[in-house]
Design a protein around this ligand. Sequence first.
Ligand code: SAM
Length: 241
Amino acid sequence: AAPRIDVITLFPEFIESSLEVGVVGRAVKRGLLSVQSWQLRDFAHDNYKTIDHRPYGGGPGMVMLIDPLRECLQMVRQADPRPAHVVYLSPQGQPLTQAKVRELAHRPRLVLLCGRYEGIDERLLQAEVDEEVSIGDYVLSGGELAAAVLVDAVGRLQDGALNDPQSAVQDSFENGVLDCPHYTRPERHELGDVPALLASGDHRKIARWRRQQSLGRTWLRRPDVLARCDLSADDRQLLAE
Ligand code: SAM
């Protein structure tokens, strides 16, 4: 069966609309990946559909209740026999990197929890969540955008999602460095000409040029990324040139 991602949220329409377009929309339509969203309010215990309450200890904001989330998670787990890996999207989580995306893309079942307000009661997180993932060092008003980012990044890596799987291999971060610059027609333009080498047909030289560009712009733009790279002797030579 195709990998499955369940998203627990107060705004299922947010997730659903992000799945209507592009590579990942197509992957879902083709059945390469299944994404289900769940309305947390359906698991509220009262007529007001309450899913949050004031924080113990006082202070601003509201905290999401344990029980609606727990009961929703129980239903989600029952919807598919494969064991679920539960991720809470949170600014306090581990940063989402391409390596983390690859790891999550191999999991047959992911469950994503989207927080709102001040977040979720800590006891639910301790009991049910396998890991917390952050999409960056800034604070969003809710986990839905972060979940959509994760679904997109994971979805495009599913077998058959990209027309040419090679394209994912060349992307930034996949081989440790940023992608090289890309050009298309026309070859000559008032904004500049395409580097002549790219039209030369010499594939060995083109590969070398691209690697050099990748290394050079990683050095300029993201020295932190380059510092973590395991550079070959050839790479060091290219960087020195
Ligand atoms: N009080 C929380 C804190 O400081 O850690 C922030 C709560 S935030 C206003 C509401 C929800 O947005 C969070 O529960 C989380 O699901 C989501 N969120 C906010 N920033 C995020 C980020 N950088 N990555 C992933 N999710 C995020």
